[in-house]
Write a new protein. Structure first.
Length: 225
């Protein structure tokens, strides 16, 4: 009876892209993130599990995100790695014209409300628990990565939506990824941003890698080393 009620509620919620799901149970992981504070439970708890792996293995390297916008996911990165530097790469002015010059990138987001101009560095930093760990890299990525060639990373989030910054991000960060570290690429299975899948598939084929898809909203993939 209860199962039937939950199934029926799920069917109604599903129309609004919400699913009732069993949370992680019987785990002995440290909770860096409050799982109820964010709608995308799978994305947020996957990050929590990866953070536990990284802390358990005491991995070297810092943390980075390319595509920060208002810092929603970056806040979780900052909370999950209180002892690590968090590099935050964004134009903080929305997409760059340069990224629409590559083949097959749909231009429909260029001048729409979807172009992520409505943010600022202050907005991002205001949400950070460990502000002193944050290094803002404002400007066009990958140019803003210049000077970080000798840095290493244990976890990177690539959430720039478009083909070029994602492909460039994989080429910059994968060689600098600590052994057993992770790169999360958002939007791989999001048909609104086909450039994400193209970038991942090209990079994976060129480097003979098999990223793992996860069932978060917008369908991320994870590269590991
Ligand atoms: C989907 S938003 C990021 C969302 C964010 N991770 C969150 O948790 O809400 C994509 C961001 O990527 C940034 N971006 C896209 N291409 C970029 C590039 N080449 N250089 C710097 N920032 C870029 C945009 O300015 C935008 O803020």
């Amino acid at each position: 009876m209860l199962k039937q009620i939950i199934y029926s509620i799920n069917k109604i919620l599903n129309k609004r892209s919400v699913i009732l799901s069993r949370p992680l149970v019987n785990h002995d992981q440290t909770l860096y993130i409050d799982p109820l504070r964010k709608m995308d439970y799978v994305r947020c708890m996957t990050l929590n599990l990866l953070a536990n792996e990284i802390h358990d293995k005491n991995l070297d390297g810092n943390v980075a995100e390319v595509g920060v916008f208002k810092g929603e996911f970056a806040r979780l990165l900052n909370q999950s790695f209180p002892e690590k530097i968090l590099y935050l790469f964004d134009t903080f002015e929305g997409f760059s014209e340069l990224d629409f010059q590559t083949a097959n990138e749909p231009t429909k987001y260029k001048e729409t409300a979807h172009n992520f101009k409505d943010t600022s560095i202050d907005t991002v930093l205001a949400g950070m628990k460990n502000k002193s760990n944050c290094i803002i890299k404002k400007g066009y990525f990958p140019e803003t990565a210049l000077g970080l060639e000798n840095e290493t990373f244990c976890l990177v989030s690539l959430d720039a939506d478009l083909y070029k910054p994602i492909y460039d991000g994989l080429n910059f960060f994968y060689p600098r990824l600590t052994k057993h570290g992770y790169i999360l690429v958002h939007d791989y299975n999001n048909k609104e941003y086909p450039g994400a899948k193209k970038a991942v598939q090209e990079f994976a084929a060129e480097n003979k890698l098999s990223p793992i898809p996860i069932a978060d909203g917008w369908g991320s993939v994870i590269f590991s080393k």
